[in-house]
Design a protein. Sequence first.
Length: 53
Amino acid sequence: AVVSLFVCSSFFAYLKPPSIFSPSLDLELSVLYSVVPPALNPLIYSLRNQELK
C-alpha cells in the first residue's frame, strides 16, 4: 500500500501534461509525495499486524 502511494504520486508528477505546469501544483505534489506515505505507514502496518494475529 505504501509503495502504491509512492508510485501513484510519482506517476502523476511525471506524466502530467506540460500545459498544467504550475509551481504551486508542483509544491503540493512534492508535499503529498514526501508527507502522506510516511504518515500513513504506521496505520497501514498496524492494520496488517492485526490481520496476522
